[in-house]
Design a protein around this ligand. Structure first.
Ligand SMILES: Cc1cc2nc3c(=O)[nH]c(=O)nc-3n(C[C@H](O)[C@H](O)[C@H](O)COP(=O)(O)O)c2cc1C
Length: 142
């Protein structure tokens, strides 16, 4: 069991491109954290206080459903978790992903794309929320 997984959520493609680069670098498998209901551009309007992304990110308990889970997560000892920074942190579908899988015994690394925000805040938030797990490095891939 010495395999690496790159698991990513991407609403508009930037994080997907970053995930593909990482997968090449580490000879890793890719898993897309696909939302059961895709985000429309209206959903992503951060200026709109009533948009889906705004309301989800304001509700720390929101857990948007995923289309499916990673059936062979047990095969991996390193998992890179990637996402676009939303409101300075990870989108709540990342919480859905983490809570839907047993990640114990693995090294969890974080990568993100953003409009300028660093990945460190997101990394620290995840590390704090899931302190039972082993957190490794983080990478901003803008
Ligand atoms: C709802 C929403 C909130 C965002 N919040 C931030 C933020 O706090 N800081 C930042 O630098 N970029 C922010 N962005 C920009 C995205 O992080 C950036 O465009 C990212 O590369 C999109 O990745 P994707 O194409 O994989 O979805 C936000 C974008 C959206 C849609």
């Amino acid at each position: 069991m010495k395999k690496t997984l790159v698991a990513y959520f991407s609403a508009t493609g930037n994080t997907r491109a970053a995930a593909e680069k990482l997968a090449k670098e580490f000879n890793a498998d890719l898993f897309e954290i696909a939302p059961a209901v895709p985000y429309t551009s209206a959903d992503l309007d951060w200026r709109d206080k009533t948009s889906r992304s705004t309301t989800e990110m304001q509700d720390k308990a929101s857990r948007p459903a995923m289309k499916g889970t990673c059936d062979n997560i047990a095969d991996y000892d390193t998992v890179w978790i990637g996402f676009p920074v939303w409101w300075y942190t990870a989108p709540t579908i990342i919480n859905t992903f983490i809570e839907a899988h047993d990640l114990s015994g693995k090294v969890l690394n974080v990568f993100a794309t953003s409009g300028g925000s660093d990945v460190k805040g997101s990394y620290n938030d995840l590390k704090k929320a899931y302190s039972q797990y082993t957190w490794g490095e983080s990478r901003l891939m803008n």
